[in-house]
Design a protein around this ligand. Structure first.
Ligand code: CP
Ligand code: NVA
Length: 309
């Protein structure tokens, strides 16, 4: 059985937990191996992942490429501008053709519907490597990082400060699936998608949306933020000014739980959403978080290709 991973809900709580356990175990099992060496079982030997990028990427591109190598497979990396997709070939036709060549497709796109359509018309699994709506692979890595550092996920309180964006949407979804409350601090006009909040609440997710950053961060176990201007958005002084009260600085971190962790998907805009003293400080887990993109995505690939559960 193969299956797509466009959002965390596609795997459900059980699937997400299965992938997290696999990611943690596989990371431990390859300790000491050179980064380019395959895992001992090379479970995706003979498999190829095609990656389509409509937007820039460092982590997603390299971590998926290395993930496939470590699983024993290979990759083809394409920028949409150099594909016929960039000249108007449809997503449906692209999906049908790529399905004849490769075993799975990852796409990073500005329009979530393109990922949905790709999955609809492809005969192979499609993985969301970031859309305007969500970033589920990032949150798999975030969850793995919290699990490794705190020993559990359930019940820990997350505080999001800043823009109501794609990364936040996947955190909200994760909270509702795995049972952790998410408090959100956004300036008016930059809220997350109301439909995504409603879906999460319908699943029982505990969500607070507030204009008060102190209320949001007070006692939180995990403090998380992201760029105020996502890829494809216009740089707007007005937006930056509205976001300033939601900047994560040392004073804000001091309002969280004493052992609160700081997460950021990167790339960071130091001096905007977060200051150096926090992102480089003792509670920042950003380098483990970035590394875990690799391990978490190996589990995602195995789940999509029917090798897990
Ligand atoms: N966090 C993340 O997705 O990074 P890239 O944009 O570098 O892939
Ligand atoms: N919200 C950011 C995440 C980048 C990894 C963006 O969409 O640009």
């Amino acid at each position: 059985m193969t299956r797509s991973f466009l959002d965390l809900a596609d795997a459900g709580a059980a699937g997400v937990r299965l992938m997290l356990d696999e990611a943690v175990a596989r990371k431990k099992a390859r300790a000491g191996l050179p980064k380019g060496a395959a895992d001992r079982d090379a479970p995706l030997a003979g498999h190829t992942l095609a990656m389509i990028f409509e937007k820039n990427s460092t982590r997603t591109r390299v971590s998926f490429d290395m993930a496939m190598r470590q699983l024993g497979g290979t990759t083809i990396v394409m920028d949409s501008g150099s594909m016929q997709l960039g000249r108007g070939e449809t997503i449906a036709d692209t999906a049908r053709v790529l399905s004849r060549y490769v075993d799975a497709i990852m796409i990073r796109t500005d329009d979530h519907q393109k990922a949905v359509d790709l999955a609809k018309y492809a005969d192979v699994p499609v993985i969301n490597g970031l859309t305007d709506r969500s970033h589920p692979c990032q949150i798999m890595a975030d969850l793995q990082t919290i699990l490794e550092h705190k020993g559990r996920i359930e019940g820990l309180g997350w505080a999001w400060l800043g823009d109501g964006n794609n990364v936040l949407h996947s955190i909200v979804e994760a909270g509702s699936l795995l049972g952790f409350p998410v408090r959100i601090g956004c300036p008016e006009g930059y809220d997350p998608d109301a439909g995504i909040l409603a879906e999460a609440r319908a699943r029982g997710g505990g969500i607070l949306l507030s204009r008060d950053p102190v209320e949001v961060v007070r006692g939180a176990d995990v403090v998380v933020t992201d760029t105020w201007i996502s890829m494809g958005q216009a740089h707007a002084e007005e937006k930056l000014a509205a976001m300033m009260p939601f900047q994560v600085d040392e004073a804000r971190m001091a309002q969280a739980a004493p052992d609160a962790a700081f997460l950021h998907c990167l790339p960071a805009h130091r001096g905007e959403e977060v200051v150096d003293a926090v992102i480089d400080g003792p509670r920042s887990l950003i380098w483990d978080e970035a590394e875990n993109r690799l391990h978490a995505q190996k589990a995602v690939l195995l789940w999509c290709l029917g090798k897990l559960g």
